[in-house]
Design a binder for this molecule. Sequence first.
Ligand SMILES: *Cc1c(COP(=O)(O)O)cnc(C)c1O
Length: 401
Amino acid sequence: MYGKIKAHLQKELKSLMEAGLYKKERIIVSPQDAEIEVEGGHRVLNFCANNYLGLSNHPSLIRAAREGMDTHGFGMSSVRFICGTQDLHKKLEAGIADFFGTEDTILYAACFDANGGVFEPLFSQEDAIISDSLNHASIIDGVRLCKAQRYRYRNADMEDLEEKLKEAMNQRFRVIVTDGVFSMDGNVAPMDKIDELAGKYDAMVMVDECHSAGVVGKTGRGVTELFNLRGKVDIITGTLGKAFGGAIGGFTTGRKEIIEILRQRSRPYLFSNSLPPAVVNAGIKMFEMMASTHELQDKLHRNTSYFLEKMKSAGFDIKPTRSAIIAVMLYDARLSQEFAARLLDEGIYVIGFYYPVVPKDQARIRLQISAAHEKSHLDKCLQAFEKVGRELGVIIPPAIG
Ligand SMILES: *Cc1c(COP(=O)(O)O)cnc(C)c1O
């Protein structure tokens, strides 16, 4: 009988709408790109995709995807260990390990699954997982599926982390878990300090590179490049759904024995379907591109510093960032929504975030810069920000004379 729960769900939905927390989906009718067409025929500049390298609609990847289907078919109809492993999967796993300088890689359907399936096979009651308070939902869920003792330290707060490590000294194994780049601020985890504390307190380190891989570091190798820790982080998880082409797919890469155990025991790997050949072959192509040039990273870094400088000199309040995420602080929830709506009228697509996605009174507009953005796109966005910023009294017009 659906009757009673139906009424209950209708009430829940109504209260979400009344609280302004109901998520609506905007319909895009073009490929993902710097410029997109939304339903109704409007073309807007996109500043809110995770398309950091502009690869989501890249001709070489589309070609590789087609070739993957021509030579290896459409779907696998199997999990990896039954009859779902092709040569392509092994090649992509090797390509990912080369990219990060790790020993081995295991693919998942998404990074949500990589994080969901990494803790339970490795840690039990006697162990400690020490996790940053701003870690991604998939890490939180993964930790919940495992019986290890849980510790939480304040975002990137190394004193607090050290406290928690001391508290966990009686446990058998300790692992420090952090996002590489935190998605709402754009700040980078202090991996150098984390590595130091891990050494001092005999802990392993796991980093989720979803927003940092491809983006951070001179050649885009992520936080291990930025902090000179290549090959030193025990577990790295990441996604093919952001900088790396934006389709779907996740991975865990790191120490050989860890990856081997995951192949034996990680539930999302054992009980969920293999990635399809189109996605895998495009992934192989993508990592070949990454190995041959870092032009896209150069452009992304140029774009980000240019945009950041201009926004700061226009008087906007920006969170300290070392990634391609730029959080323009507005503090007030209503203002963030009004600001984003006016930007859309100016042809700029961004999202205003407010509580509970970010802390109370910390509302903001989050911009994501891409290598697909040309200088004209950035300038159009800057002009729109300045116009709306002045109209809404967020920035003060420059004094005349
Ligand atoms: C996006 C994201 C994920 C999830 O990745 P999917 O491949 O989309 O499942 C996990 N962790 C972090 C930090 C992310 O930003």
